[in-house]
Design a protein around this ligand. Structure first.
Ligand SMILES: [Zn+2]
Length: 122
């Protein structure tokens, strides 16, 4: 459960204290989220190898489809709006959530393939 909370908060997959992203990004200001290369707290390398986040695209795809289906169900079946409204509302929500999906997909990808180090003995 704490893993899920740390994932949503964007914490380091190793120590769960350092932040993965230095800025959250804002799609309306054309700013993409910025990532630290290494954890500020434990030095965990977030970019394990070149092209490491290529697979995060698939996670992003799944997230976006799930959000679109959820929004479509809410708009079409709960609010009873027409197909054109559904299309535009889904498109606007997909754009609005794009930086969130960017951060979440990379974080989920790192949590899937993390190699947790044992805490150092002092
Ligand atoms: Zn860390």
């Amino acid at each position: 459960m704490t893993d899920l909370i740390n994932l949503i908060r964007g914490k380091c997959p190793n120590c769960e204290k350092g932040n993965i992203f230095s800025s959250r990004g804002n799609v309306f200001l054309f700013r993409m989220p910025r990532m630290h290369r290494k954890c500020e707290n434990c030095g965990y390398n977030f970019v394990q190898e070149p092209g490491y986040f290529f697979g995060a695209m698939y996670v992003s795809y799944v997230l976006t489809i799930a959000e679109m289906i959820a929004i479509m169900v809410i708009v079409k079946f709960m609010l009873g709006l027409g197909n054109l409204y559904v299309f535009f509302i889904v498109a606007v929500v997909a754009v609005a959530l794009s930086t969130f999906n960017f951060r979440m997909s990379r974080t989920i990808w790192m949590y899937i393939f993390r190699k947790k180090k044992a805490p150092e003995q002092t």
